[in-house]
Every structure is written in structure tokens, then in C-alpha cells.
Ligand binder design. Sequence first.
Ligand code: FMN
Length: 318
Amino acid sequence: MSESTANVAPDLAVDLAGLSLANPMMTASGTCGYANEYADFADLSQLGAFVTKSITREVRPGNEAYRIVETRAGMLNAIGLANVGLDVFLEQKIPLLEKLGPPIIVNVAGHSVDDYTHTAAAVAQQSIVQAVELNVSCPNVSDGLTFGTNPGLLRELVHEVRQAMEDRVKLIVKLSPNASDIVGTAEAAIDGGAQMLSLTNTFTAMAIDVNKRRPRLANGTGGLSGPAIRPIAVYLTHLVYSSVAKDAGVPLIGMGGIQNWRDAAEFVLAGASGLAVGTALFIDPATPQRVCNGLRDWLTSIGCHKLQDAIGTLDVSK
Ligand SMILES: Cc1cc2nc3c(=O)[nH]c(=O)nc-3n(C[C@H](O)[C@H](O)[C@H](O)COP(=O)(O)O)c2cc1C
């Protein structure tokens, strides 16, 4: 390595199916609202991309309280896709997101193929939107996992949404760890036309109030996130990357418990090109920037000049 190369900070830029990001760090959907909620606490302009809370065709109040419970090394939520609905999102939130800077990814949820295609098509027409992330993996609404756990339905949904968006923006499908065969759902999403996959959403889980002998969440069950799920999310990233995404050339966005650069580096080695942070934002909204700094030091220490070159380089030889 020449002296001049040695002094240059490693390049964190990543290419996600033609979508160029200055760095891999994103917000995980639902943990940073529509950006203005966090504007006073973090410099969101430094993100590689901003991912919104799930948007549905109609406004949704979400589930009854309690909707969030802290657990050891994690968080259990049953928000139930509370959101302002498509019309308010387009009128009031898009203008705020326009000022943010980084590429905008809008997460879309629905109850039917028609719901998803209607919302995704409307969002894709917004000039500031770079990608739509389909949430087919919400464990906290009655039919939230219908598409995410059934490869046949998922393939059809993804195909219809891709058609409806007329290639205006990229299509990401967010996989569920609650599917019995995540490789099967990943294949179905790719067959349907997904250009990227994100994983994972939360794991269905429960916390019990032992005095009341009742679930602590009003919904009964919730979705577990945070450090408790990270090793499983890393494994699922490795599994999907090595079984299907690598050969298909479909980039992965890894998430689940990322708190620091070391956690992020695990996902990169396992095959993730993008990285999203959710639960950790509640503790430190500057986590994405901290992770970027740590990733640069890590890449320098392993003699790698570009993050892109480290993706999926896990050595599993015996
Ligand atoms: C409070 C909360 C709300 C969430 N809302 C959404 C949502 O609206 N749509 C979605 O696709 N995922 C949602 N998620 C899942 C996260 O985007 C992410 O997949 C998951 O939390 C794992 O990442 P983490 O461990 O870094 O939080 C939510 C997670 C939390 C903790």
C-alpha cells in the first residue's frame, strides 16, 4: 500500500441495485417516524438513506396501549402500523422529507394486493422517492404476515406492485423471520421482481405480567427487536445471501439489533450491502454516524479501501 493510499479514509459508498448511497446506514422503518420527529436529535442528512414508517392507504390508529415493552436486550412492540395514511403522507410529510438530503425510501403496507399497488404506485410518483420497501412482515396486525409467509401470494404481490410502479423507483421486499422457510420467501420475492431484499422484521414474541397473569402488551403478542435478535438476523442474512441473493445479484439490507460498528460489520460480512438501525436509535439517535466512523476504522484495519469489497466476504471454510 502506498503512503498516499494508506492515508485515505475507506470509501463507505454502496451500490444497491443501481441506487447509489454515500454510506450503507439507514433508519429501520417505524423507528424514526417521518424524519421531523428526530430532526432535533440527530443529523439525518448524514444517513445513506432515510426509511419512513410504514404507510397504508387509509389512516390507521394502531393497537391499544400498551404498545411497547422493554425486555432484556430488546424491545417488544405491537404498534399495529399506526400511521397518517397515504393522503396526509403525500400532502404533509413528503414536503418535510424533501428537505432532508439523503435518498428517501418509503415503506408501504396493506391488507390486499389492491391496497399495496395503490399506495406503492402513488408513492413511486413522488420525485424525491428513490425506493419503496414493501412491509409484508408485520407481526402486529391480524393479516400482517399473510403475504410474507406464503411464497405463492408473495410472488404475485411483488409482481403486481412492480408493474404498478412502472419502474419509477426501486422495489425492496422486507422479509419476515417468522416464515418457516425464509429462503423460499426470498426466492418468491425475487421471482416476483424484487430488486432488493431487507431483513429482518421483528420476531413474534410475548412478555407476561406475572402478577396480573396477563400479557404485558394489549395486543397479546408483539415483535421483538434489538440486540436480542441480532445473531439470528445475522444468520438469516448469511443464509439468504449464500442460498439465493448472491447468485441472483440482489442486494440485501441487513438489520436486527445493530448498535455499533462491530454489529454492522457482521452483517456486511454475512452479505448485507445496506444496514438499518432501529431500536438503537431510541438509546442514541447518532448510532448511524458512530457506526460509519467505526466501519472506516475497521476497513482500514483489515486493509480494505471500499466497503463494497467487504460485502459477503465471510470465510466459512473449515
Ligand atoms: C417501535 C417499532 C416500530 C416498527 N415499525 C415498523 C413499521 O412500521 N414497518 C416495518 O416494516 N418495520 C417496523 N419495525 C421493524 C424495524 O423496522 C426493524 O425491522 C426491526 O426493529 C429490527 O431492527 P432493530 O433491531 O434495529 O430495531 C418497527 C420496529 C420497532 C421497534
